[in-house]
Design a binder for this molecule. Structure first.
Ligand code: C2O
Ligand code: CU
Length: 758
């Protein structure tokens, strides 16, 4: 299913576009500067990843330059193209350039972008002292060069080199010989497997040795890494000793339409799942995969009687809803875990239109991954809120980790894969490895996408079989995300969604034939220090010829980009806060101890460069071996030095809080974090200091490595709420915090938090 195209990395690159240099206002704060803005901020984006300093050629020391890799606009947490190359706007600042004529027979100074092997060379146009945009930069590894030239528009430089630099990603290289010897020679040096007691889950835990995860086909690793000891936990799979044939075969999800005041039963239990004609014991809600889709009108309240029929204690969290705190489903915070055999009643209020989902909030890395997840659609009260379409589809995208024909066991006492999260190698859409959708050419389809994976960030697009390039792709328009609609509709090449994020898109397949739903990213081969194009297939859309000529009813509206007035009006209420000073700051980082020697050495070597998003699991052994015994993921408040559950934030209903979220690049292993806040909603105001020009309410935001993201949190809902990274293994390894919201206007008036004793 994985076919990494190991063609020369550069050949797979999409060429950088040389947009004509425009003089531009450089109002946005720059990641090349050390001065944080607005007021109140102390944290800045990583210079090391988003700013390149140019070096003058010997003898030309008076000259200097820098290239800021500025975050361009994107409705997603990170800007990439359909192939998964990261996109930046290059902001070039030059100083001390002489008149080119004084350097020889030259009339112009020209900037260039090139791959390290010069198989792609882009003329960025003539430049001079000062600051300008040089357009889009999308190369994986590149060099920036400034030369003196006789003419401004040559395809390659011919003149004299003045300044040059390589991209931060170019620091990534194969480990050197010494590292290789350490890596190849040392034994496993495991994490200490002595005396695990398999507490708690005795009954249906699998016994026996750990099977080993498989390497991604086409990639290799050091022998010593392949020989690592298993993680510090016993292997667990559900249903040991149970013959799958005795369990009911899971059914595809059904849609449950509900009105205000309705009640339903939801039961988590064992199911038999048939995947590519083999049977597995997994979990399901009401015997379905995914769980039932709850379809409710805006402003409704329903009750759910939840029964726990699995062997783990658990709860259900109703992700993204601004509901009553007592029904938020966070064990130890809003309720005690529901023990096996017990029930719990949730009252669920649907305040905002949009797409939501529910999942357990206890050992999510196991329970959600084994099938406990479902969508909720809150039908908007405003007519045509998301715009007209011909039909609607729901896609929950996931990756499941197999080793050979079987799932790789989970850690019983604690989660495995604590470093990068449990990347899977079997792509699932709505729980199916071979998802199929049949549509008619020209139909407009509203797709509701939810990423339910433990850690993978997807970059999804539709490509017509046998064709290549953008012209063969289905057109995609983004209309909404976590908590409702965007202010403005936008065309996109692909859809980026990190764990727990939702995006609502309108898609039209213009040509009959088969389209593949693809996840296309730039993977990293750590042993070679190189990028490679990785492509996973998540399903097929079979497009039938339109029986009658002419357009589908929704087609004319699809062709235009509209402004969503109800959404824009609601956002305008907070506009006065968009320039507020920063109230609070958080840093996302990692501490590790007791990591096996060989892993420690290689990971330190690897930290020369971190990609903004770790798109795939190309270090499966090191990752598998790590658990929360060795790895602590940390949210730190720099102002107080407090970490994770010691962070004691208090707010009042009515507060509007600007929070700066900084994903620290200088850590043992930096990577992205999808940060989720319970019970409230927020806006993403800026990324790396660049204002966001198309807003929508969110409950989860992707924080790429080394970036700063400013959010505006609207405090509307009293209670004791959690905020955390939605990578399941990071949550398990500590990356979570609480905040309390009091309501001064509540009956009693003294600002008590419901359910919390002062
Ligand atoms: Cu979807 Cu606290 O999580
Ligand atoms: Cu995380």
């Amino acid at each position: 299913m994985r076919a990494p195209e190991r063609a020369c990395a550069a050949a797979a690159l999409v060429a950088a576009l040389a947009a004509p240099s425009r003089a531009m206002g450089v109002q946005a704060s720059s990641s090349c500067d050390d001065t944080p803005s607005p007021a109140g901020a102390t944290l800045t984006p990583s210079r090391d990843l988003y700013c390149v300093f140019l070096t003058a050629r010997p003898g030309l020391e008076g000259m200097s330059g820098r290239l800021e890799l500025r975050t361009p606009h994107s409705p997603f947490g990170v800007a990439v193209n359909a192939a998964g190359n990261h996109l930046y706007e290059g902001i070039l600042t030059l100083d001390g350039l002489p008149d080119p004529a004084t350097l020889g027979n030259y009339e112009h100074i020209v900037a260039w972008l090139a791959t390290p092997l010069f198989d792609t060379v882009v003329n960025l146009g003539p430049v001079s002292n000062g600051t300008r945009s040089v357009g889009e930069v999308s190369l994986n590894k590149f060099m920036i060069l400034v030369t003196a030239e006789p003419r401004p528009d040559a395809p390659e430089w011919e003149g004299r080199l003045l300044l040059r630099a390589t991209s931060p990603s170019a620091r990534m290289s194969p480990p050197d010989l010494q590292e290789y010897i350490i890596g190849a020679g040392a034994g496993g040096g495991g994490a200490g497997m002595a005396g695990h007691d398999h507490a708690g889950m005795g009954t249906d835990a699998a016994d026996g040795p750990w099977p080993r995860p498989s390497m991604m086909p086409g990639l290799t690793m050091f022998p010593a890494l392949m020989a690592l000891d298993p993680p510090a936990a016993a292997p667990y799979l559900p249903g040991a000793g149970i013959d799958p044939a005795t369990l009911p075969l899971a059914r595809p999800r059904e849609v449950i339409r509900l009105g205000d005041g309705d009640e339903i039963d939801l039961e988590a239990g064992l199911v038999r799942r048939r995947i590519r004609s083999r049977d597995y014991v997994m979990y399901g809600f009401n015997g379905q995969y995914p769980g039932p889709l709850l379809h409710v009108p805006e402003a409704a309240t329903i009750s759910v009687d939840f029964t726990n029929s699995i062997a783990w204690p658990t709860t259900i969290h109703w992700h993204g809803l601004r509901l009553d705190n007592a029904s938020d489903g966070v064990p130890g915070v809003t309720q005690e875990p529901v023990e096996p055999g017990e029930t719990f009643r949730y009252e669920i209020h649907f305040k905002d239109p949009g797409l939501y989902w529910y999942h357990p909030h206890h050992r999510e890395d196991v329970l959600k991954d084994l099938g406990l997840y479902g969508n909720m659609l809150v039908e908007p009260a405003a007519p045509d809120y998301f715009g007209p379409v011909d039909r609607e589809e729901f896609l929950m995208v996931d990756d499941f980790l197999m080793t050979g024909d079987d799932p790789l066991p989970f850690g019983l006492e604690r989660s495995t894969h604590a470093f990068m999260g449990r990347f899977g190698n079997l792509m699932l859409t709505n729980g199916e490895p071979d998802y199929e959708l049949e549509v008619t050419a020209g139909e407009v389809i509203r797709m509701y996408l939810t990423n339910v994976s433990n850690t993978r960030t997807f970059n999804l697009s539709f490509a017509r079989e046998g064709d290549v390039g953008q012209s063969a792709a289905a057109r995609i328009k983004v209309v909404g995300t976590d908590v409702g609609a965007f202010e403005r509709e936008e065309w996109v090449e692909s859809i980026v969604l990190s764990p727990a994020e939702r995006y609502i898109v309108h898609v039209r397949f213009d040509q009959p034939g088969d389209y593949a739903l693809l996840n296309r990213v730039q993977g990293i081969d750590h042993l070679a220090g190189a990028f490679f194009q990785e492509e996973d297939r998540l399903g097929t859309v079979r497009v039938a010829t339109r029986p009658d000529p002419g357009l589908s009813p929704a087609s004319p509206a699809f062709d235009t980009l509209r402004t969503n007035l109800p959404a824009a009006r609601e956002l305008a209420l907070l506009r006065e806060h968009f320039d507020d000073p920063v109230d609070r700051e958080l840093t996302f980082t990692l501490e590790a101890s007791g990591v096996p020697f060989v892993v420690d050495r290689l990971m330190r070597f690897d930290s020369a460069y971190f990609h903004p998003v770790e798109w795939s699991g190309t270090m499966p052994m090191m990752n598998w071996n790590s658990s929360s015994e060795e790895v602590q993921w940390i949210i730190r408040e720099p102002a107080t030095g407090r970490e994770n559950m010691d962070i004691a934030w208090r707010f009042q209903v009515g507060d509007v809080v600007r929070i700066r979220l900084h994903n620290e690049r200088r850590s043992f292993h930096a990577m992205q974090h999808p940060f989720h806040i319970h019970g409230q909603r927020f806006l993403v105001l800026s990324r790396n200091g660049v204002p966001n020009e198309n807003l929508a309410w969110k409950d989860t935001v992707l924080l790429p490595t080394g970036t700063t993201t400013d959010i505006l949190l609207e405090i509307t809902n009293p209670g004791r709420w959690m905020a955390h990274c939605h990578i399941s293994e990071h949550l398990e390894a500590g990356m979570r915090m609480l905040f309390e919201v009091t309501d001064p206007a509540a009956p009693g008036g003294s600002g008590q938090v419901p359910g919390v004793r002062p």
